[in-house]
Design a protein around this ligand. Structure first.
Ligand code: IDP
Ligand code: MG
Length: 169
């Protein structure tokens, strides 16, 4: 057994279908803790960085639009991002999420219950779930800053940056 953390995203189709509560309830069966959570409007740059391993796939452009929620538009063009931590978290959460192809996923899994394949061939599978420790670290560092997590999970360093910031008026 190993203590692991991973990135889970409720993708824009999950947000649009009002599945946030159902998904979090299903994930809570694994009894893990959430150490980071936020709503994110996904930029083209973030979408491409997140899915960079799939950049040569024929469905990459549609996948990038999908995670940005472009096909749904306002107010559904966003994702909910979570970092979960727990024992053997990655394998256990991926089991609850289900197989990548929603038609092949266990019908009781999140993707099996709520996913679909669009007529354009996009797997609208409702959630993203990191698939191994290395990928989880890369994705958590891509989506979250150290101070957005309530626990220290990776080493950090202090840098002095002089930059414009936005504060409440
Ligand atoms: P995963 O999300 O189960 O880890 P990946 O292979 O990492 O699966 O693919 C990332 C996402 O790309 C999937 O969740 C799905 O939305 C989409 N995808 C993967 N394979 C296909 C495909 O063959 N056709 C269409 N979309 C796909
Ligand atoms: Mg993957």
């Amino acid at each position: 057994m190993a203590l692991e953390q991973l990135l889970i995203l409720i993708k824009p189709d999950g947000v649009k279908k009002s599945l946030t509560g159902n998904i979090l309830t299903k994930l809570s069966e694994a009894r893990m803790v959430i150490i980071g959570a936020k709503a994110v409007k996904v930029s083209a740059e973030l979408a491409q960085k997140h899915y960079f391993q799939l950049k040569d796939k024929p469905f990459f452009a549609e996948l990038s639009d999908y995670i940005q929620g472009k096909i749904y538009g306002e107010p559904w063009d966003r994702v909910l991002a979570f970092v979960y931590q727990g024992e053997d978290a990655i394998a256990r959460m991926r089991k609850i999420a289900g197989a990548t192809n929603p038609e092949e996923a266990d019908p009781v899994s999140i993707r099996g219950a709520y996913g679909r394949i669009t007529t354009k061939g996009v797997y609208e599978n409702v959630v993203h779930c990191s698939s191994d420790v290395k990928e989880a670290e890369r994705e958590i560092k891509l989506w979250f800053k150290p101070d957005e997590l309530v626990k220290e999970i990776y080493p950090t360093k202090k840098v002095k940056e002089i930059k414009e910031d936005r504060v409440w008026a």
